[in-house]
Ligand binder design. Structure first.
Ligand SMILES: *Cc1c(COP(=O)(O)O)cnc(C)c1O
Length: 429
């Protein structure tokens, strides 16, 4: 332990790593192995019985992933981290690590398109139903909670209008009903926001976005705050003996590890028996992103604010949303939760509606037209006919998705080049 707690910039470079004892390698090595030798039979038996923690098989654990997990957990102020094959699997396996058939989830409605479809169409096939509520409508949340509810789910900055969630408000309701609060914080990496400080129990990031930061791979991570008490019998997966783990009750039988029962169950049931493992090469790539995350996030935020201010003044722009923009409906929440920058996303509509929006998207230079966010390069998309096209018209309207909405993920290019590209494209329409 350092003499004094390190700042985020320092943690991003050092947390979770001890120099490789054999080689003294400074960088984190990639451990390309499928399995790990036991010292002897007793050692193997102890590892399998969780009497001793250690490496068994790389579907469950890998020293490269371990550094990534500990580092992101340190940045988020959590007790344990677990990397998974994608942000989507991080969401899915977090839900099914708590809920089983017959249980219900209460979720904010304005979600990442893939998550909305998972909640609306996939989870119900498994008899897990999701009650959607408008963001920050706490009366609606309390109305949706019932004796089948097992968790509350929100995104720190919602899709597509970039509304900032009032995490402390959600945490108060979660606490009142003894429910864990799950926050997908992909749009606000830990250098901008640490949801655990406001009462979140579980934090999820898609590593594919800003944490990786270079658009080169798919991955996800879950951080367990280590504060939720799973002993309430309504959490059957934690209180009933687990047949897949010789009768272990995760809320009771883990000794010192009981505070991180969620993360340990996600590893020993989710990874072990369902298999959404992140490859160590991908984990290594994401670690490179983490090292420069504080620098990059500051620049993403600086550029995005300048873009929002530019668009707000442009005569062909109908409306702009950026949480850090003076006058934005989310500005007060952004001042509270995002004092170091309101993220890299800007959404806006142009005068002339959907056809003008498509014309702009088809003609802009520099910005790449594609379905991704959080790349170092600037990206653009028209969500109504792409990322959110699976949503019905009603669901699009409920989520605030206007047909003219253009979504920008602002990159790290020189701001004059970004504004120049936008200016030229707006001239065309
Ligand atoms: C991208 C994203 C996901 C899904 O992550 P993948 O790594 O693409 O599976 C989930 N939530 C949010 C907010 C995202 O932006």
């Amino acid at each position: 332990m350092p003499k004094r707690p390190y700042h985020l910039e320092t943690l991003a470079l050092h947390a979770g790593q001890e120099a490789d004892p054999t080689t003294q390698a400074r960088a984190v090595p990639v451990y390309r192995t499928t399995a790990y030798k036991f010292r002897n039979s007793k050692h193997g038996a102890d590892l399998f019985a969780l009497r001793e923690l250690g490496n068994i098989y790389a579907r469950l654990m890998n020293p490269t992933n371990d550094v990534l997990e500990n580092r992101v957990a340190a940045l988020d102020g959590g007790a344990a981290g677990l990397s998974l094959a994608s942000g989507t699997s991080a969401v899915y396996f977090s839900i099914t690590n708590i809920l089983r058939a017959g249980d219900e989830l209460v979720s904010a409605v304005n979600l990442y398109g893939g998550t909305y479809t998972m909640f609306d169409a996939i989870l119900p096939q498994q008899n897990i139903s999701v009650r959607f509520t408008p963001i920050n409508d706490f009366a609606a949340v309390e109305k949706a909670v019932n004796d089948k509810t097992r968790a509350i789910f929100i995104e720190s900055i919602g899709n597509p209008l970039l509304d900032v969630a009032d995490i402390a408000g959600y945490a108060a309701i979660a606490k009142k009903y003894q429910l864990p609060l799950i926050v997908d914080s992909t749009f606000t990496p830990p250098t901008l926001l640490r949801p655990i400080e406001y009462g979140a129990d579980i934090v999820i990031h898609s590593l594919s976005k800003w944490i990786g930061g270079h658009g080169v791979g798919i991955g996800g991570i879950v951080v367990d705050a280590g504060k939720f008490d799973w002993k309430n019998p309504k959490f059957a997966l934690y209180n009933e003996p687990d047949r897949g783990y010789h009768g272990l009750r995760f809320a009771h039988d883990l000794g010192d590890l009981n505070p991180v029962a969620f993360a340990l169950r996600l590893r020993t049931v989710g990874l072990r028996n369902q298999g959404p493992t992140l490859a160590p090469d991908a984990a290594w790539q994401f670690l490179q992103g983490v090292e420069t995350l504080p620098l990059r996030m500051a620049k993403h935020c600086e550029n995005a604010l300048k873009v929002a201010e530019y668009l707000q003044k442009h005569s062909k722009v109908a409306w702009v949303r950026y949480p850090g923009l003076p006058g934005d409906p989310s500005q007060a929440l952004a001042q509270k939760y995002l004092p170091d920058g309101a993220g890299g996303m800007v959404v806006f509509g142009v005068k002339g509606g959907e056809s003008a929006a498509i014309k702009l998207v088809d003609n802009i230079e520099l910005f790449s037209l594609l379905a991704n966010v959080g790349d170092a390069k600037s990206l653009i998309i028209h969500p109504a006919d792409t990322t959110h096209s699976q949503l019905s018209g009603d669901a699009q309207a409920a989520g605030g998705l206007h047909a003219d909405l253009i979504r920008l993920s602002i990159g790290l290019e020189h701001i004059d080049d970004i504004l120049g590209a936008l200016s030229d494209a707006l001239d065309i329409i």
